[in-house]
Design a protein around this ligand. Structure first.
Ligand code: DLL
Length: 435
């Protein structure tokens, strides 16, 4: 473990959490007019926070609240104490902006060091960091983590796939950090370039996150590179990566001494009993620049407090299968893109590269999945084999999703690759509605 607190007793952790929660509520009450108004409205004073259960009384914070106070309206420190600004890409509307004080940068380095320590990364390791550098928190988050644990970091950022492979090979990268979709893409290009990903590289572990990855995709990455797979979870509004990370047992432990997790019913806002699935809500309890109460992540997960064999006592969460807002509703049935991906990784002959296309046919929705056939199947398939493959996929989709899915097989390497988070959904239904 990087920090003994990761294995501390529940009493120690909870005492620390309560003290820090009270400090945070006091801080935002006095320094952020938005929170003062919200707390006054609900009749809560900072001194009322005398147990962790009181967390449930605090107001939620939504992404829209950050947008409404664009750019710095929710900051709790004057700008001369802010040393770093990041922002979310935000495809619609204004981006959300986050600010860090020197103290926050230290907290971020600490929780990110815990992430890399899960895979025992340290001096002697060469960390190839292919998360995007810039306003996105992935690149710089992993960068400072690698330096903090004493590894050598290669700040390669996204893009330039062939060049990345050259650097990974020549610099002897032992650890890879990037999105799961990019890790798979790198392995495909490595093969095309004549490398054997397992033999020609020294990689032993990878830290993947920023987007969901099905078990099948994880296995494909592990298998292609012959590495251990660690997962990083986080979001810019809370700190960036570093909110949670998988231990060697595969459990996604939350850095609970800095971020308090809750699971709520996304429709009613009620806190759900332990172990039930719902929306993950996070409260920062040590951040100074932009402290956030009960942030609605929209990520669907569950909390677990069972003891973990690795010795960590911090609560762990289910890996995020999807966000409540990227859940597709197809003729009334809920579908997560990760379910589609799961089917693709179970059926031989296709790759986990796909695009989900949604259209309206009359009053009904039609879901089509474009999926790449793999090289071998394309080579020896013939029309008959491809027809069989298409039928098999359509049957599996029906079993898994309970809806009819049309499969369109496309040639290998024809779907666009993303250097960061993959774009997998093309929803044409609204466009058609507005025509
Ligand atoms: O994606 C931070 C990050 C960078 C995490 C690198 C891990 C590694 P945002 O761009 O603000 O921050 O996006 C946050 O991405 O609410 C989830 O929906 C999704 N996400 C992040 N990590 C995972 C993960 C970064 N491990 C949003 N599994 C979050 C599934 C993830 N989804």
């Amino acid at each position: 473990m990087w920090n003994p607190i990761e294995g501390a007793s529940r009493e120690t952790i909870e005492a620390l959490q309560l003290q820090r929660l009270r400090e945070t509520v006091t801080r935002v009450y006095h320094l952020v007019p938005f929170y003062k108004a919200k707390l006054d409205e609900s009749g809560i004073k900072p001194r009322d926070i005398d147990s962790l259960e009181k967390l449930a009384l605090l107001p939620f914070t939504l992404k829209q609240d950050l947008r409404n106070h664009y750019p710095f309206g929710l900051f709790a420190t004057p700008m001369d104490q802010i040393v770093r600004i990041h922002s979310s890409s935000g495809t619609t509307g204004k981006p959300t902006v986050v600010g860090y004080t020197a103290h926050d940068m230290d907290v971020w380095g600490e929780v990110m060091a815990r992430t890399l320590k899960m895979g025992n990364v340290g001096p002697g390791d060469v960390v190839h960091n292919a998360y995007g550098y810039g306003l996105f928190t992935g690149g710089l988050g992993f960068h400072y983590a690698a330096e903090r644990v004493g590894a050598a970091v290669v700040p390669s950022s996204g893009g330039f796939t062939k060049r990345q492979l050259l650097l990974m090979k020549d610099f002897g990268a032992t650890v890879l950090c990037c999105t799961p979709s990019f890790a798979l893409h790198l392995s495909e290009v490595a093969r095309e370039e004549g490398y054997d990903p397992k033999k020609d590289f020294k990689l032993r572990a990878g830290f993947f996150g920023a987007e969901p990855a099905s078990i099948g995709l994880r296995n494909a990455i592990k298998e292609a590179w012959g590495i251990e797979y660690y997962e990083a979870y986080g979001l810019s509004e809370i700190i960036g990566p570093g909110v949670a990370a998988t231990c060697p047992c595969g459990h996604l432990h939350v850095a609970e001494d800095h971020f308090l997790p809750e699971i709520i019913n996304p429709d009613t806002g009620e806190v759900l009993p332990e172990g039930e699935a719902g929306e993950l809500v996070l409260t920062t309890i040590t951040k100074q620049g932009l402290p956030i109460l009960r942030y609605r992540t929209k990520d669907i997960s569950r909390l677990h407090r069972e003891p973990c064999k690795c010795g960590r006592t911090l609560v762990y969460i289910d890996t995020i299968k999807g966000r409540s807002d990227d859940m597709l509703i197809v003729n009334g049935v809920n579908v997560f893109p990760s379910q589609v991906e799961h089917v693709l990784t179970k059926v031989e002959g296709v790759t986990p590269n796909y695009v989900i296309v949604l259209e309206k046919k009359g009053v009904l929705d039609r879901l089509e999945v474009w999926v790449e056939v793999d090289e071998a199947t394309m080579g020896d398939g013939g029309i008959g084999a491809l027809e069989g493959l298409k039928k098999r996929l359509e049957n599996e989709m029906l079993n898994e999703l309970y809806i009819n899915v049309k499969i369109k097989l496309v040639e290998p390497k024809t779907l666009e690759r993303s250097m960061g988070k993959a774009q997998r959904i093309l929803d044409k239904r609204d466009v058609e509605k507005n025509k």
